[in-house]
Design a protein around this ligand. Structure first.
Ligand SMILES: *Cc1c(COP(=O)(O)O)cnc(C)c1O
Length: 386
């Protein structure tokens, strides 16, 4: 029976425990499995290679992304590390110009050492993507909406360009989750997640996922997952499965709150710019509407120069200053000194990650309280009064 995403969130992957009927997948806290004789195992050998709880989480995320194969990792970066390990010295990647800082760091300081290089491109500009592709390029790597300026890339159009040149398209779908956007159905070859964010959803588990459809690509990735070993633990797999059950209701509230906050900020007079692809005035609005079922709940804004951003962060009472995003609680961060500090200052300025830029992961609290907190924190950070 083909079921819709709100049912898949609860019954997708491995639905409960076939042996006992327990409605939840048990936590198989084991490293190894009894073999009945030489070469006679029951499908499980060693938990780095495979574990039933991780398997359930992997199948669930694959189902949600409408993919055939899912792989679970100890973190989003462990997932990214494994995907980047598909490439060889001399290969190059074309990468979105505002991506997660850690993705930039692993490319720049780890894979660069092994001769895998990258070119940074504004992937929302299709001409620039096309121009950046040459023989050495093996893949295009996109975040949409990208971090932290919420730049939207037309995934389907970039997939067509990549495939015309026989390259892979990799999409980091962390910001929207499969509830709002399914890149494989738009032509992407590999989808990456930091499950730490909306999938887990409660800021209590670090995790990562990769989903693909292609059999040969899946074989290579399973090989690398086992060879590198950055796998998702059984307990953490359980937590992600539990989080995913409420992904739909959480995302609905997240998106509703975010669109109200974005509208309020735009009209408030306190900010000089709001980045949110759910606003009709946003340059990404049309593409976002075409390729996703919502604009997500990440907003970035530039505080007007009348206000002191350091004071603003100090003044917040409900909204928490912290790294990360995608949890039920509202979090703000300062990309220039926190999430994107790994990006060199000149590139940061060039792409618009200015010091007054504030990134807001809108939580599922009462939206009136969020707006009140923002307002009092901004008003009390005025440079003139103090
Ligand atoms: C957090 C994040 C990552 C890295 O994930 P971890 O789970 O922290 O390793 C990668 N991409 C995006 C878009 C993220 O937000």
């Amino acid at each position: 029976m083909s079921i819709k995403i709100n049912s898949l969130l609860i019954h997708g992957g491995t639905d409960g425990d076939v042996t006992t009927g327990a409605v939840n997948v048990p936590i198989y806290q084991t490293t190894t499995y009894k073999q009945d004789g030489l070469g006679e195992n029951r499908g499980w050998e060693y938990s780095r290679t495979g574990n039933p709880t991780r398997d359930a989480a992997e199948k669930l995320v694959a189902d949600l992304e409408q993919g055939k194969y899912g792989l679970g990792f100890a973190s989003g970066l462990a997932a990214i590390n494994t995907v980047l390990s598909l490439f060889e010295a001399g290969d190059r990647l074309v990468v979105s110009d505002n991506i997660y800082g850690g993705t930039f760091r692993i490319l720049d300081n780890v894979f660069n050492k092994f001769g895998i290089t990258y070119t940074i491109v504004d992937t929302s500009d299709l001409k620039k993507v096309e121009e950046a592709i040459d023989d050495d390029v093996k893949a295009v790597y996109v975040e949409s909406p990208a971090n932290p300026l919420l730049t939207v890339t037309d995934i389907q159009a970039v997939a067509e360009i990549a495939h015309k040149h026989d390259k892979l398209l990799i999409v980091d779908n962390t910001f929207l989750t499969p509830y709002l956007q399914r890149p494989l159905t738009l032509g992407a070859d590999i989808v990456i997640h930091s499950g730490t964010k909306y999938l887990g959803g409660h800021s209590d588990v670090i995790s990562g996922f990769v989903v693909v459809n292609d059999d040969a690509l899946a074989d290579k990735l399973y090989y690398l997952q086992n060879a590198i070993g950055g796998i998702l633990a059984p307990w953490d797999s359980f937590l992600v499965i539990r989080g995913i059950k409420t992904l739909g209701v959480r995302m609905d509230r997240h998106v509703d709150n975010a669109s109200k906050v974005a509208k309020w900020l735009t009209e408030s007079g306190y900010v000089s710019k709001v980045y949110y692809p759910g606003l009709e005035s946003d340059p990404g609005y049309e593409v976002q509407k075409k390729q996703a079922d919502g604009a997500g709940a990440m907003i970035s804004f530039v505080l007007d120069e009348k206000y002191d951003y350091r004071k603003f962060f100090k003044n917040l009472k409900l909204i928490i200053l912290a790294e990360s995003l995608g949890g039920v609680e509202s979090l703000v961060c300062h990309p220039a000194s926190m999430t994107h500090a790994a990006i060199p200052a000149d590139i940061r300025k060039e792409v618009g990650i200015v010091d007054e830029l504030i990134r807001f992961s809108v939580g599922i609290e009462d939206v009136d309280d969020l707006i009140s907190d923002l307002e009092q924190a901004i008003v009390n950070s005025s440079k003139e009064e103090n």
